[in-house]
Design a binder for this molecule. Sequence first.
Ligand code: GLN
Length: 244
Amino acid sequence: MSSSPTLRVCALYPDLMNIYADRGNLLVLARRCQWRGIGFELGAASLGDHLDPEAHDLFYLGGGQDRDQRLCAEDLLTHKAQALRAAAAREAVILGVCGGYQLLGRSYELAPGDVLEGVGLVDVRTVRDPGPRLIGNVAIAVELQGGQLLAGFENHGGRTHLGAEEEALGRVLKGHGNDGHSGLEGVRRGNVIGTYLHGPLLPKNAWFADWLIETALGGTEALAPLDDELEAAAHTDARRAAGL
Ligand code: GLN
């Protein structure tokens, strides 16, 4: 890299939206920056906190239980939605995982008449289904970088439906994905990404961590390669766990 950049990450509600070791995702971003001599700053914004759309390059919203999502959904709307829209408009990366993905959409219906309004950064709607939770190892094919694979673990009661204009992050190879039958997983609109893949996601998919870092830093310079022997093994294990 010509100058020495710094990746500025903001964890949204790290105290509430953080299940399945979502913190591991933030650690991977930190380490992969540090190993390359890229600066790394981690900020956080929780209930009641103001959010500065200019102050971060990547906003991370992890998974959560329905009851915590309820608290966060209200707070997102009152304190953070405007800033997140501004951040998306300046092409910052916004990554929502599972419960976080659901809240980036238009709505999450917990029961008939009990609907959490989402930020609406992406045109998706989630409905809590009385049927079984969608649980298990999952692998999806994504078109990023000429075709890649993401492997992880999903556990959600919500079924997510994409609006007509919205594109999925990937196609389900194994597992349930957005709703258990469409064959679609996650959403991607520019640099706003939602996915049901926990695991956590990034330790098992180092290539995706690098794509996020590179994109959040402006996408103009390729990142230096790292010795990814362990990361590649973790990826292979996750693929195998999903049956690929
Ligand atoms: N509470 C949400 C659901 O069950 C999200 C769960 C999660 O983040 N793992 O659909």
